[in-house]
Design a protein around this ligand. Structure first.
Ligand code: ADP
Ligand code: AMP
Length: 219
């Protein structure tokens, strides 16, 4: 049975950071819908052009595009999977549940909520920098690179994300509360999902330790 870990939490709660840690430590494969869509935009594909005005404002990509991007990837790999940033709407969560129901005995879905007070979100996302080449994520204060604004691994200049302005972050928080927050309750209630919650407002290492404990309990 393949494990599918679903990381859910507000922007900046540490989903990507912890997904990377799990990949390194346990050899899981991680799919970040945000990264998939940023890549579509950077390449200027048809999908990229359609979603750019939405992503730039901090609004969600339409559910049909998101489902198409994720389900095929889960089906193609044989490895244990981490979903970083998916599902984010109740429609996506229900379609994902349906997908698991149609393949009984093949997947064990484990939802892990990383909680973070909304007042912390801006501090996290406004200081976030990442490497274009390897995708490694840093923070000016909480996870600084060894050399100022250069990736530890690739030595390339680090970039800030364009959706980290105050106005866009405000929208992203509102959209999270309206669209994504109800999924936490959904996961808690639906028997097909194992559900865990960790406190995101602690050091990166402490959050990692809590998540590793959950993974070891499951495996
Ligand atoms: P998400 O994927 O949930 O949006 P990220 O993993 O990209 O969040 O983290 C957002 C920013 O906060 C990054 O700059 C990251 O280095 C930093 N960060 C992640 N987890 C923590 C933590 N527990 N404490 C402090 N900073 C963190
Ligand atoms: P992230 O990298 O997870 O912060 O996501 C960045 C942006 O990508 C979001 O603000 C959305 O516009 C879009 N996005 C990522 N995942 C989803 C999803 N599951 N559903 C809708 N939009 C998404």
């Amino acid at each position: 049975m393949r494990l599918v870990f679903i990381l859910i939490g507000p922007p900046g709660s540490g989903k990507g950071t912890q997904a990377d840690m799990l990949c390194e430590k346990f050899g899981f494969v991680s799919y970040s819908t945000g990264a998939i869509f940023r890549n579509e935009m950077a390449r200027g594909t048809a999908i990229g052009q359609r979603i750019t005005p939405l992503m730039d404002k901090g609004l969600f990509v339409p559910d049909d595009i998101v489902m198409e991007a994720v389900i095929g990837r889960i089906q193609k790999t044989r490895r244990n999977v981490i979903l970083d940033g998916f599902p984010r709407t109740l429609v996506q969560a229900k379609l994902l549940e349906r997908f698991f129901q149609l393949a009984p005995g093949r997947f064990l879905p484990v939802a892990i909520e990383i909680g973070l007070p909304m007042r912390e979100v801006y501090r996290r996302v406004s200081g976030r920098m990442s490497c274009d080449k390897c995708g490694k994520v840093y923070h000016v204060k909480f996870r600084p690179p060894r050399l100022t604004q250069r990736c530890d691994k690739c030595r390339r200049p680090l970039k800030f994300r364009s959706d980290a302005t105050r106005a866009v972050v405000k929208t992203r928080i509102k959209v999270y509360q309206k669209e994504t927050w109800p999924i936490v309750k959904f996961f808690r209630q639906r028997p097909i999902f194992k559900f865990f919650s960790v406190k995101g407002a602690q050091s990166i290492a402490a959050v990692s330790a809590s998540i590793i404990k959950i993974v070891k309990k499951i495996t």
